[in-house]
Design a protein around this ligand. Structure first.
Ligand code: 48H
Length: 267
């Protein structure tokens, strides 16, 4: 059969539209395709939930590609290795406590496993706002990142979601929107974003997991966004906490969704 440029174009438009339409009513909308967001998406999709990730950049992976200062290796501690094993990412013991993995392999394998589990990945799409109903977040307002980057005045589109995960890393963007626009207390000690502290790896890795929780009704924070929201330290180029935080947020949301079968976002 002759190759036909219009058929190719039509195929892309139709299939992308199908994918976007299937993401209009999500169980979980994740903002940010860094390590914590991608890990969370995989575990939730494996439970059968309708999950999508919206990533501002053209590339997925957030800060994981770059390893430490562009030395593209990552370090995970013993506890985090279990997650690498779960995904089938190769890791090498470095000493009693640390394992290393190739940052490129880790990023691509985690992404591939998430896609194969059914996660709908949307790159070049930014979250610019959220949807609220009765003091609870129940969706995202999204737009093409090039629209955001060029400052074009183009109105966004909307997706509904029973839960939203802020996996935007250091900048904790979803929570910032709530703080800026809703004028309501967050579920943090001060009611505001507590803010990220300087580097202390030992404490930061533990608190990343502890701080992985709901930060406003309907929004959970994971990864670096968890520490930035609840006011803990950064940890530098160690990724166990990010992976374990992604797993934990998936478990927390699974528990919630199990108890809410059949409800719509308007209830
Ligand atoms: C769509 C958005 C938006 C938006 C941002 O930074 P990430 O890799 O996030 P984590 O928390 O999974 O991992 C953090 C880790 O990479 C890291 O930076 C560490 C361990 N730092 C320690 C230290 O001391 O420095 O990924 C977040 C993703 C990025 O890809 C952004 O482009 C994306 O979120 N994003 N996507 N809409 N509004 N904002």
């Amino acid at each position: 059969m002759a190759l036909d440029e219009l058929k190719i174009t039509q195929a892309i438009i139709e299939r992308f539209t199908e994918k976007l339409k299937s993401a209009l009513n999500l169980d979980v909308a994740i903002v940010g395709a860094g390590p914590s967001g991608m890990v969370a998406s995989y575990y939730l999709a494996k439970e059968g939930y309708n999950v999508a990730i919206f990533e501002r950049k053209l590339s997925i992976g957030g800060g994981m590609w770059g390893g430490g200062m562009m030395f593209n290796q990552i370090v995970v501690q013993k506890a985090g290795k279990r997650i690498l094993d779960d995904f089938g990412v190769k890791s090498l013991p470095y000493n009693e406590e640390y394992f290393t993995a190739d940052a490129i392999e880790a990023t691509t394998v985690i992404c591939a496993k998430a896609c194969q589990a059914g996660v709908k990945m949307f790159n070049c799409i930014s979250m610019e706002d959220v949807v609220v109903r009765k003091g609870r977040v129940c969706g995202l307002v999204i737009n093409w990142s090039p629209v955001e980057m060029t400052g074009l005045h183009v109105d966004p589109l909307v997706v509904h979601a029973r839960y939203v995960i802020d996996a935007t890393g250091h900048t904790t963007e979803v929570i910032k929107v709530i703080e800026r626009k809703m004028g309501e207390r967050l579920l943090t000690p001060s009611g505001k974003i507590e803010g990220e502290k300087s580097l202390w790896v030992e404490i930061a890795e533990t608190t990343t997991i502890e701080n992985t929780k709901e930060a406003y009704p309907g929004i959970f924070v994971t990864g670096m966004a968890a520490n930035a929201t609840f006011g803990s330290y950064r940890m530098g180029p160690i990724f166990g906490g990010m992976l374990l935080s992604g797993e934990k947020v998936a478990q927390l949301i699974h528990e919630r969704l199990k108890g809410e079968k059949g409800k719509s976002v308007d209830e």
